[in-house]
Design a protein around this ligand. Structure first.
Ligand code: GDP
Ligand code: IMO
Ligand code: MG
Length: 430
């Protein structure tokens, strides 16, 4: 049985959590392969809303094993808080169900302090990170000085390693950034305590997946962030420090390309972005507010992790084609179509005008992207409330037309369309 991958096709927050939850119904293992608690994935089941940051969005299905893969950077304090929150709501997060790859890397308070100090130093050029220590933790990983999750197996050894790490980072924090030093002994003691709780969850992630696949089990790889936040294929430097794209799933889990089945690109029916950087189809004013919402609904466009208002704009086909190419998407899942209901007409960005020429590719050069102006094709809207519809044939003709336009313009089937946040509010084989 192959590995299916769920990937954000835009700048994150496309609804990966809810699509993962949906597909997890048919999976044996769900594995997160990149990022850390910068992610915020929402799963809505009736009245219950689960906001997951580190734990894979398959956790709500009792029979599914959830793996935090080697590509993830893991804040153990955040993980324990998330585990406790789920356990209090009756979700089994025991070591039998929730596994941590020994090769994942740990995020410490020193990484978080450095993330904040880096951002402060950038001033007006700040990336707008989630300040969760993501960049500094991956920097340590690639610099080969990171703290691997395997250290959680030995609380004393971990405490020693964390102590040395904080002492080292304190030199940078105090001497380079003029920031206060952290209490190394206190941080080290905290990590020893986390280790005592998390050690039973450790596993060899790649081996676990290999055995699952050999046993005919179905694996779902859950992406975090989105294609345009990819370190290489996103809007650098306004990106995250990992690889949310399909290649990242292979490296971040220790699997090869031959085991991959479906590669589902999750795309919002419009576009959103949190943090800085170019955004060609961005809207301001009344229409932005209309798409973003005021914050009164749980699905309004305010960050799941940081609560920041998200920047919003029309759907951008140029971005979807880029995501298609970079990830070899087999299909698209279109989310939040319900938000477009009631608009008389809906512009869709189909190309950019760049320095007087019309281009249909996504410029890899940030300055060029900054100069790109959206070229819109305007589609007719629909009035009806579609949140109760479960079949494509029930949708208003113009909503069907919108979906077909996306499929035609990208040359990719739209296999799922969601019309509300709830697990049930989805149209399969759209
Ligand atoms: P993720 O990071 O990709 O998992 O997405 P987030 O959970 O951060 O953000 C998506 C938001 O939209 C969440 O509040 C979801 O509950 C909500 N959502 C997902 N799909 C739909 C949909 O089809 N309609 C509506 N109204 N909300 C949705
Ligand atoms: P999910 O998985 C949206 C953005 C941040 C910032 C940039 C770098 O919920 O889709 P970082 O803290 O990673 O160094 O921040 O990336 N970002 C996200 N935006 N959704 C996310 O995750 C994000 N994770 C990071 O806003 O612009
Ligand atoms: Mg999110």
């Amino acid at each position: 049985m192959p590995v299916d991958i769920v990937i954000g096709a835009q700048w994150g927050d496309e609804g990966k959590g809810r699509i993962t939850d949906l597909m997890a119904a048919k999976a044996d293992v769900v594995a997160r392969y990149s990022g850390g608690d910068n992610a915020g994935h929402t799963v809505t089941i009736g009245e219950a809303i689960f906001k997951l940051h580190l734990i894979p969005s398959g956790i709500i299905h009792p029979g599914v094993i959830c793996l935090i893969g080697n590509g993830v950077v893991l804040n153990p304090q955040v993980l324990l808080r998330e585990m406790d929150g789920l356990a209090a709501r009756g979700v089994d997060v025991s070591p039998a169900r929730l596994k941590i790859s020994r090769s994942a890397h740990l995020i410490t308070p020193a990484h978080i302090a450095l993330d904040k100090a880096d951002e402060a130093l950038r001033g007006g050029d700040a990336i707008g990170t989630t300040q969760r220590g993501i960049g500094p933790a991956y920097r340590d990983k690639t610099g080969r000085v990171g703290l691997r999750a395997s250290l959680l197996a030995d609380p004393e050894a971990l405490a020693d390693a964390v102590h040395a790490h904080v002492v080292e980072k304190n030199r940078v924090l105090t001497q380079l950034y003029g920031q206060p030093a952290l209490d190394a002994a206190q941080v080290a003691a905290g990590f020893a305590a986390y280790a005592r709780r998390l050690a039973p969850h450790l596993t060899d992630g790649a081996q676990l997946l290999d055995e699952a696949l050999r046993g005919g089990q179905k694996v779902l790889a859950e992406g975090a962030q989105g294609t345009l936040l990819d370190l290489d294929h996103g809007t650098y430097p306004f990106v995250t420090s990992s690889y949310p794209t399909a290649g990242g799933a292979l490296v971040g889990l220790g699997i090869g390309p031959r085991v991959i089945g479906r590669i589902v690109g999750v795309a919002k029916a419009f576009t959103s972005r949190v943090g800085s950087g170019p955004f060609p189809s961005e809207l301001a004013g009344e229409m932005a507010l209309r798409l973003r919402g005021t914050g009164e609904n749980p699905w309004d466009e305010y960050g799941t992790t940081t609560g920041r208002p998200r920047r919003v704009g029309w759907l951008d086909i140029v971005i979807l084609r880029h995501a298609l190419r970079v990830n070899s998407l087999t299909e698209l899942a279109l989310t939040k179509l319900d938000i477009l209901s009631g608009l008389p007409e809906i512009p869709v960005c189909v190309a950019y005008e760049l320095d007087g020429a019309r281009v249909t590719y996504f410029p890899s050069d940030l300055a060029q992207l900054g100069r790109a102006r959206p070229v819109y094709e305007t589609l007719p809207g629909w009035e009806q409330d579609i949140t109760g519809m479960r079949h494509k044939r029930a949708l208003p003709a113009n909503a069907r037309r919108y979906i077909e336009f996306v499929a035609d313009m990208t040359g990719t089937p739209v296999s799922m369309v969601s019309v509300g946040p709830d697990r049930q509010q989805v149209i399969i084989e759209a």
